[in-house]
Design a protein around this ligand. Structure first.
Ligand code: PLP
Length: 397
């Protein structure tokens, strides 16, 4: 029988989705499962985006330009400028989600065996994109005790080798919710300039910051133009995860020329979804005000409820809609599976994402889970209540 590739074998499973068969079984048993495991918001997509799909008069669903509709890129560039980011049309290539932008960024900057330094815990699919690109992830550990702040720059320095090509950050962070300060971004800018590396910043949660904290983009750092690559997406901003539209942004012409060749090879990003994404740029500010208020309330509720449980430690997120919680268990993987397979409270249970999959250092984060606060407040309160009872039952086993 022909054999699959080593790369195929090495591709990591998604820690966010790997427990899905157990949740399906729980549902077949008639149990309600609260999904705290996945960043699929229940927030409505803006009306303007949906209306553009319903009302369009397209007769042929053609390919678009490989970099995406020019009209969309123009409007997107204006959107960024209105948000203080000096981004021109030529700095943007529209991609099939932020996911494809990450693949293009790696493909355009790294060769087989090159190294990318990433503060962990990190968005688990960075492992998958790195494996697919033949790139080795070099993790630098950030700690729940500092709320997952940027690790000391000396920790990065120690890891830089001739193979290091880039540092990748997620700001605000999935799964940590950490928002890097201007000073932290500046420290990263200094180190990438010193060692001639790229700084790839995944900013798909840019709008989701709470407590009045300001997001500071890598596209705003003077002198970083040749080093900075920004990853963006409509998935979370407009609750349009299924549209599959994102973009890669850089002022480095060589990077954009390389990324464009990857873009040409896959022909174009999805046409219908670009129509919706372009229209979404007209979303009124009031939509975001409401959404941010809703997420802030959810965050506050979730953190307050979790902190009531003995032995649970949580780093209060400053942005995005996730948090990492340390639980009084030895193996959160086992606990998360047990919740679905063997536990229910009045026929209800919860699904969380074991955090070990968000680290690449083996043995770290074993007692942590990632919780996405994408459910309404009542459901979050109920979920944490179930979690509390479940922890007691699990530790009595
Ligand atoms: C940090 C981060 N980056 C990128 C993505 C990919 O988003 P998409 O491909 O839907 O744009 C996600 C999705 O959850 C994410 O959390």
């Amino acid at each position: 029988m022909p054999k699959v590739s080593n790369k195929g074998k090495q591709m990591p499973e998604s820690p966010i989705r790997k427990l899905v068969p157990y949740s399906e079984t729980a549902k077949k048993k008639g149990h309600k499962v609260y999904h705290l495991n996945i960043g699929q918001p229940d927030i409505k997509t803006p009306e303007v985006a949906l209306a553009a799909i319903k009302n369009n008069t397209v007769k042929v669903l053609e390919y678009s330009h490989s970099a995406g509709f020019e009209s969309y890129r123009t409007k997107l560039s204006n959107y960024y400028k209105n948000h203080g980011l000096p981004i021109e049309l030529s700095d943007i290539i529209i991609t099939t989600g932020g996911s494809e932008a990450l693949l293009f960024a790696m493909g355009s900057t790294m060769d087989q065996g090159d190294e990318i330094i990433i503060p962990e815990p990190f968005y688990a699919n960075y492992n998958g994109f790195s494996t697919a690109s033949g790139v080795n992830v070099v993790p630098v550990i950030s700690s729940i005790d500092t709320g997952f702040a940027l690790p000391p720059i000396a920790d990065f320095e120690k890891l830089i080798t001739p193979k290091t090509k880039a540092i990748l950050i997620c700001n605000p962070g999935n799964p940590t919710g950490y928002l890097y300060s201007k000073e932290e971004i500046q420290q990263l800018a200094d180190i990438v300039k010193k060692h001639d590396l790229f700084l790839i910043a995944d900013e798909v949660y840019r709008e989701f910051t709470y407590d009045g904290d300001q997001h500071y983009s890598v596209m705003n750092v003077p002198g970083l133009e040749e080093h900075a690559i920004m990853i963006d997406s409509v998935s979370k901003r407009y609750s349009m995860c299924g549209a599959r539209i994102g973009c890669i942004v850089s002022k480095n012409k060589e990077v954009m020329a390389a990324a464009m060749k990857f873009a040409q090879a896959r022909l174009s990003p999805p046409t219908f979804a670009q129509i919706a994404s372009e229209a979404a740029l007209d979303t009124p500010k009031s939509y975001f005000d409401e959404v941010i208020t809703e997420y802030r309330d959810r965050r506050d509720t979730l953190v307050a409820e979790l902190e009531k449980i003995d032995g649970v430690k949580v780093a209060k997120p400053k942005g995005a809609f996730y948090c990492i919680a340390q639980l009084p268990v030895d193996n959160a993987d086992d606990f998360a599976q047990w919740l679905l397979e063997s536990y229910h409270l009045n026929n209800e249970t919860v699904m969380v994402a074991p955090a070990a999959g968000f680290y690449s250092t083996p043995g770290v984060g074993l007692n942590e889970v990632r919780i996405a606060y994408v459910l309404k407040k009542e459901d979050l309160i109920r979920s944490v209540q179930i979690l509390k009872e479940a922890l007691t039952a699990y530790n009595k086993k």
